[in-house]
Design a protein. Structure first.
Length: 747
């Protein structure tokens, strides 16, 4: 028998099929039927009176948007439809009913033949249901009246959405059995595939494609149960309509991202994980809408989500095409299966929107697609098993070879072990010698540095030359730093603490660096309150200030200032030494306080610092129970700070600022007065030579000045004294500026 379906036209409420009904042939009801809006009219009422109809409604179709009394109606409400069938008399016929949103009653020649849910004129008196029904009737007259009462207060769509199929009674029974049987077959296939691939994943969890494929089969199974013949009601007859609808929508929403996830597992390099996460995020949003909102709202979601599915489908097309372009295995099989699924998806979208009169073909499309995917996974598993067999044979061969190699290597390792033990003994002896040499080096360094203190003190006590005194003080500070760091590196610093005014300590420190500041053209501004009394070791704290001031002066540009200040900080006093130097990167904070550590050793061209001054400062401050650190901004300067505990009897209101400033004249350079042109030419040559010599190469500078510079000119001798003062203090900036300024004046 042929199961071909043709359209049976209903014109002005009458469908004439007399003499046309053939065995095995089905007719889809299509045309205009009488429409009575917001009225549930029984067949008896039609006999008693002639109700005024509200026009005609095209079936299959929805009443959404139809004009009644000049106004467009929505999906919620109730209505009565009526039409007549002109059929052969004295024959049995069947009518297969699919989607009539959302509850209905059907009367044939005044007799109730089918009822789904509970029909009512309000939401309170209506119970929706999506059970599938078939009704059968016997024609006694030439015209058979069909009255359909429909009510919908739960869905956004209202009316006879799907085509009603008419055929001979035995054919409709056969059709029902075939449709249900095919759906059960496809349902069983998906369930078996879901369980099979779940077991595959449990035995080999590294390959997650089997798990994702199993989840996808479960989602498809739910989709099959809740669409088409609504098989879920065969298993759960009392299942609530709202629960079934939500399961249907969940399967619709989750199918897209889960399928994309499966493609990502097969082609991870071609699939964007960010796009996959976005798809899951959008799906989660729509799932939340279905969970939270009532059905009158969430039933709109397929309208919007179908566009998202189209985008996801297009992206999968792109991935599969790229897989073919890159010649990935099995990509053509997946693409062909997906093309079929995509065509089915387009049919279902068009059918859902009432643009074509077909039916939902998604089960068939999913079956073909899943079959292609199962083929790919099976082939992948077969290839893996084949590779395992090959590898097993190779492994046996390698094991045999390995046994020979292990025996050979064991002998070699035994020999190497003896050699290593011999080397270890030798290294132990060398290490003991190095430890002795290191101890000797430390002892020798301590002895030399200690012996340097006496001559340095002699120089400082008996010299009246400011340059010599300043250089000697720097050398003595370095010697003391070396001694203290070596002495207290592995032990706590011992302090001779007394209560003393900090102003006295600061003034001594300022005095020791004043000559150095003057040579650099830098003003020292003291804003530290003189009457702060602290329990400290005065000599140690003086050296802290001296080291920090010396560092600040080294890196501060000429004709600027270094500022000393303080502030109360939670039971401590915090001292600040602020300069306008090039700055220190904050990520170098730990380095500058380490032994022999420094940042940018040739900063401003100066000689590499020892890296001991700040190390001593850190040890000394921490010995007093304080902390030390810095804040800096590149190109604008550095602010070193350290804290010391306040004395318990110190009253904070007694602290009075003591602002003093030791100003120095701005440094300027004047061109010497030349007594002859030969003198000027010779002077120019000297300038050119000196520009190529760095400031710390004092011997070469003196040699050039002694051998090449014109003699006997007081103006030139004064210029030389100014230059040498920069050399003795290691002031590269002032040295270079004087040479360049003089060179510009000569030109």
């Amino acid at each position: 028998m042929s199961n071909k379906k043709t359209l049976a036209t209903i014109k002005d409420g009458v469908c004439s099929l007399k003499g046309e009904m053939e065995p095995g042939k089905f007719y889809g009801m299509n045309g205009n039927v009488e429409f009575y809006w917001n009225r549930l009219i029984s067949p008896n009422e039609f006999k008693i009176s002639a109700p005024q109809k509200d026009g005609y409604l095209k079936i299959p179709g929805l009443w959404n948007g139809k004009e009644v009394n000049g106004k467009k109606i929505g999906g919620q409400g109730c209505a009565t439809l009526r039409f007549w069938l002109n059929l052969d008399r004295n024959k049995s016929y069947g009518l297969k009913i699919r989607e009539l949103d959302c509850s209905y009653r059907i009367f044939i020649d005044g007799m109730l033949k089918a009822e789904c849910g509970k029909v009512g004129k309000s939401e309170e008196h209506t119970e929706p249901s999506w059970h599938r029904r078939e009704l059968y009737f016997y024609t006694c007259n030439s015209l058979t009246e069909v009255v359909i009462q429909i009510s919908n207060f739960q869905h956004w769509k209202g009316g006879p959405e799907d085509t009603m199929i008419l055929g001979q009674a035995t054919d409709v029974v056969d059709l029902k059995q075939k449709v249900v049987g095919s759906n059960f077959f496809i349902l069983g296939v998906f369930l078996v595939m879901a369980l099979y691939h779940l077991v595959l994943y449990l035995y080999r969890r590294k390959d997650k494609s089997s798990l994702v494929f199993s989840i996808m089969c479960c989602i498809i199974t739910i989709r099959l149960l809740t669409t088409g013949e609504k098989l879920i009601f065969l298993f759960f007859p009392q299942l609530d309509w709202l629960v079934a609808v939500k399961f249907e929508y969940f399967s619709y929403i989750l199918a897209g991202p889960v399928f994309l996830h499966f493609i990502e597992q097969i082609y991870p390099t071609l699939t964007s994980s960010k796009i996959l996460k976005v798809c899951y995020g959008v799906a989660a949003f729509f799932v939340a809408i279905v969970l939270i909102l009532p059905s009158t709202y969430f039933t709109y979601t397929p309208i919007a989500y179908q566009f998202i599915l189209l985008v996801e489908g297009g992206y999968v097309f792109y991935i599969l095409l790229m897989a073919i372009y890159c010649r990935y295995s099995n990509s053509l099989v997946l693409l062909l299966g997906y093309c079929f699924l995509f065509a089915v998806m387009m049919n279902d979208i068009l059918f859902y929107n009432g643009m074509v009169d077909t039916s939902f073909l998604m089960p068939l499309g999913l079956f073909v697609m899943v079959f292609s995917q199962a083929f790919v996974l099976s082939k992948k598993a077969s290839v893996a098993f084949y590779d395992v067999e090959i590898l097993s044979r190779k492994l046996q061969q390698y094991n045999k070879e390995l046994e020979d190699v292990v025996e050979e290597r064991t002998q070699s390792i035994s020999f190497q072990k003896q050699e290593i033990e011999s080397k270890a003994e030798e290294l132990k002896r060398v290490n003991e010698k190095l430890v002795k040499v290191d101890r000797l080096k430390n002892a020798l360094t301590a002895m030399i540095v200690h012996d340097l203190k006496n001559p340095l003190n002699m120089v400082l006590n008996y010299s009246n030359d400011a340059k010599i005194t300043s250089a000697g003080q720097q050398m003595l500070s370095l010697v003391q730093n070396i001694l203290d760091i070596q002495k207290y590196e592995n032990d706590k610093m011992m302090l001779n603490r007394h209560n003393i005014l900090i102003g006295t300590v600061v003034e001594k420190s300022l005095s020791s660096v004043s000559y150095f500041a003057a040579q650099h053209g830098i003003s020292l501004v003291n804003k530290i309150a003189a009457n702060i009394e602290l329990d400290i070791d005065a000599d140690v704290v003086e050296r802290i200030f001296t080291n920090l001031l010396t560092n600040a002066l080294k890196y501060t540009p000429m004709n600027s200032e270094v500022v000393l200040s303080c502030a109360i900080d939670d039971g401590n006093i915090r001292f600040f030494i602020t300069d306008k130097g090039p700055g220190i990167p904050m990520d170098k904070g730990e380095l500058i306080f380490e032994k022999y550590g420094s940042y940018n050793e040739q900063m401003l061209g100066r000689v590499k610092p020892t890296g001991l001054g700040l190390t001593f400062c850190k040890m000394a401050v921490e010995a007093h129970g304080g902390t030390i650190g810095f804040e800096s901004e590149m190109g604008k300067g550095t602010q070193m700070w350290f804290t010391l505990p306040l004395s318990s009897n110190q009253k904070l209101e007694e602290l009075e600022p003591n602002i003093s400033e030791e100003s120095v004249p701005n440094v300027s350079y004047e061109l010497p007065t030349f007594q002859s042109d030969e003198e000027k030419v010779a002077f120019q040559k000297v300038i050119s030579s000196l520009l190529e010599i760095e400031v710390y190469k004092a011997s070469r500078i003196r040699k050039v000045l002694s051998n090449e510079m014109p003699k006997g000119n007081p103006s030139i001798m004064e210029w030389i004294d100014t230059l040498l003062s920069s050399v003795w203090t290691g002031n590269e900036q002032r040295y270079t500026q004087q040479l360049k300024a003089t060179a510009q004046l000569l030109h």
